[in-house]
Ligand binder design. Structure first.
Ligand SMILES: [Zn+2]
Length: 212
């Protein structure tokens, strides 16, 4: 039972025994309870269905994520088809719930990968998720010039003299890669600039490197 799930279901009016027990037992959720109640009554009140306040989505998100909640402002009253607006409000709650359900998990590890003498302005963070059969990697790279035409950057994991390529990329920014080994077995992470030629081996210039 996570706080997000309990709060989302409570706001949606779908909290069962498990969620209510969590909201009563969890100190963080108890602190949010009066704010949750305020938003829940705003969501279910008649004024809400006449015209949902434009800030309501932000407020619901803030409530569920535990950030300080804004005060509930009285929505302006204007007659509209209430069924459509009820659907909008319900969709907000559902969308918030789905957003939480699909929020990516925190990485299992993260390491800084500085530039070498060949790329002294380059910096990167490498995040890794240890998964079945390998490791999912996300690189956030800054200060690395685009790879020259006819070349690509290649990301390597190394243990002694054994190098495993996790793939190639052409420019800095966010890069997603996958490799079929675990970092605990291949602790050194580094990047080379490789020419696109028939030589598939590691032959390029080392531009970023965690070392061991
Ligand atoms: Zn909680």
């Amino acid at each position: 039972m996570t706080c997000d799930r309990a709060r989302t279901l409570y706001l949606a009016g779908d909290a069962g025994d498990d969620e209510l027990a969590h909201l009563a037992a969890c100190a963080a959720c108890r602190d949010e309870r009066s704010a949750l109640d305020t938003t829940r009554s705003a969501l279910s009140g008649r004024a809400m269905w006449l015209e949902p306040a434009p800030h309501i989505a932000d407020q619901v998100v803030a409530m569920i994520s535990g950030s300080p909640a804004a005060a509930v402002r009285e929505p302006r009253r204007r007659a509209k088809a209430w069924t459509r607006l009820a659907a909008v409000a319900a969709a907000v709650v559902v969308a918030v719930g789905l957003g939480i359900a699909t929020r990516p998990p925190a990485p299992d590890w993260e390491v800084a990968m500085p530039g070498t003498e060949a790329a002294p302005a380059a910096t990167a963070s490498v995040k890794g998720w240890n998964e079945e059969g390998g490791t999912r990697l996300r690189l956030n790279i800054a200060g690395l010039p685009d790879a020259p035409t006819g070349s690509v950057y290649e990301f390597w994991l190394t243990s002694d003299a054994v190098h495993v390529s996790a793939g190639t990329f052409a420019a800095a920014g966010e890069v997603e890669l996958w490799v079929g080994v675990a970092r605990r077995d291949y602790p050194r992470l580094w990047v080379t600039l490789e020419k696109l030629d028939e030589d598939e081996s590691l032959s390029g210039v080392n531009v970023m490197d965690t070392g061991y």
